[in-house]
Each structure stands twice: as structure tokens, then as C-alpha cells.
Design a protein around this ligand. Structure first.
Ligand SMILES: [Mg+2]
Length: 263
């Protein structure tokens, strides 16, 4: 015949059971309390998560060609370009570009080149895009040109810092932009007003370049520079079409642009 458990063991068992019950109750209470606000905010949190992923896919060119930003990402893109992260990203890229530039042997013949794109690379058009849905509206060249000819686009601080540091190292600076030749004067004035000076050449789209993709137009321009004896060590741009194609630089540095894509 089985003997009853000793009295001390029964009390221990009872206390342990009570303890387990209390912990389980507290856990289920905590879960239900946490779940309530989650169900309220989950849509926006999911959109934020998606938009961060979309931005990464766009920056890395995994998204390929795209026309406008997803409408659910307007707030996310706005927050990014109006917040500290945007400028910080330019700063980190400028640091890496400068670290590479310091490894380049400058010959002193004036042919060691760094190429910069202009829009969203040296100058920020954030005021224009702020008024046009941060890239959620289809691009309209007429309204953008109206903005561009005002010539009031400011510099990115980090790009100006990099630009001046490269000049000091002895690089020849060449500016290669998709802007048309008829904007040469206003572009030069805007660049000077923003703090840039001392570029060797400013290359804009001429009549013969109309209709070419940015990738082809910029590759052809780089190719001509190489034919003239320039050595393109570095290239900084906000579009993959600034950097890819042929006659590419030894190192290309992609600054962010979550607002538009130029193939
Ligand atoms: Mg650009």
C-alpha cells in the first residue's frame, strides 16, 4: 500500500503550483495588455518596415528602374530626407571617398580626375521635392527646370567638404551633369553661390546628347576624357547612371536618393 507523501513535500508542491499559476496569469495579462496598442499601430509599423526595405532595394539598384516612390512611403521618405540620417549618410560616404582618395598617387600633371554629378550630389533640390511629394509625383521637367533656373539650390555640407578636400589633395575636378547646355550659366552661378569653385570642366548635355540615356551620355563623356589623357580615379553620384556603363572610375561612390531614379 502506497504511503501518503510527507506533509513537507505536499506544502512545497502546493506553493510551486500556486507560483506557476501566478506567473502564467501575469504573462497572459501582460500579453493582452501589449497586444492592444500593437493592433492600433501595426499598419504604420509595417509600412515603415516595408519602406526601409524599399529604400535599401532602391539604393542598391535591386529595385531597377522605378518611376515614383510607393505612395505608402511618402512619410518615410520625408522623414529620412528632412531628418539627420540623410546628411549623416552623405558624411559617411564622403569619409570613405576621401580615405580612398588619399591612397591615390597624384602625378602632378593635372590629369588625376574626380568626377562629380551635380543634382542631389553637390546641390540639394530638397526644396523642390518637398513641394512635389518627395518623388511620389511623376517627374515634370518643365517645373523642375523652373526651379533649377532660380539657381538657389544649396550644397550638401559633406559634398562640399569632400570637394574641397579633393582639390587640396591635387585632384582635377570635373562636373558631369544631365542638365542641358542652356543651363550652364545658371548652374555655374548656383554652384559658386553654394560654395563650390575651381572645377576644371563643367560638362552638360549638348544638342547631340538629347535622347541618350544618362548611362550612355555619361559613359561617352568619361570615355572622351580618358581619350584626352585624364585618369578617372573617383566618381560621386546619386544615380547608378552616374556611375555605371563604360569608362567607369576606379572607385564609384553612390550617395543616396530615395526620391527619383534616372536610367
Ligand atoms: Mg544627380
Amino acid at each position: 500500500m502506497a504511503s501518503p507523501p510527507p506533509r513537507g513535500l505536499s506544502i512545497t508542491f502546493f506553493v510551486l503550483s500556486l507560483f506557476t499559476f501566478l506567473i502564467n496569469s501575469a504573462n497572459s495579462l501582460r500579453t493582452s495588455v501589449i497586444k492592444l496598442p500593437e493592433s492600433d499601430g501595426s499598419r504604420s509599423a509595417a509600412a515603415d518596415t516595408y519602406c526601409e526595405s524599399w529604400r535599401l532595394a532602391a539604393e542598391t539598384n535591386n529595385a531597377g528602374t522605378w518611376d515614383v516612390i510607393p505612395s505608402m512611403c511618402i512619410d518615410s521618405v520625408s522623414e529620412y530626407v528632412n531628418g539627420d540620417q540623410y546628411g549623416s549618410d552623405y558624411g559617411v560616404i564622403a569619409d570613405y571617398a576621401l580615405a580612398f582618395a588619399k591612397t591615390v598617387q597624384i602625378s602632378g600633371d593635372g590629369n588625376d580626375v574626380w568626377i562629380f554629378d551635380i543634382d542631389e550630389t553637390l546641390l540639394t533640390n530638397i526644396d523642390y521635392y518637398r513641394a512635389h511629394g518627395y518623388g511620389s509625383e511623376p517627374f515634370e521637367s518643365s517645373s523642375f527646370n523652373e526651379w533649377a533656373v532660380q539657381g538657389t539650390a544649396p550644397a550638401f555640407d559633406a559634398s562640399l567638404r569632400l570637394y574641397n578636400a579633393l582639390k587640396k589633395l591635387g585632384f582635377t575636378i570635373i562636373l558631369l551633369t544631365g542638365r542641358d547646355e542652356d543651363q550652364r550659366s545658371v548652374t555655374e552661378t548656383n554652384l559658386r553661390d553654394a560654395g563650390y569653385s575651381g572645377w576644371e570642366r563643367l560638362l552638360l548635355r549638348g544638342p547631340g546628347d538629347q535622347g541618350k540615356s544618362a548611362t550612355n551620355y555619361k559613359s561617352e563623356q568619361r570615355s572622351k576624357l580618358i581619350e584626352k589623357g585624364f585618369r578617372i580615379h573617383g566618381n560621386t553620384g546619386d544615380q547608378w547612371s552616374d556611375l555605371l556603363g563604360f569608362a567607369v572610375a576606379d572607385r564609384s561612390f553612390k550617395v543616396p536618393n530615395p526620391m527619383y531614379y534616372i536610367p
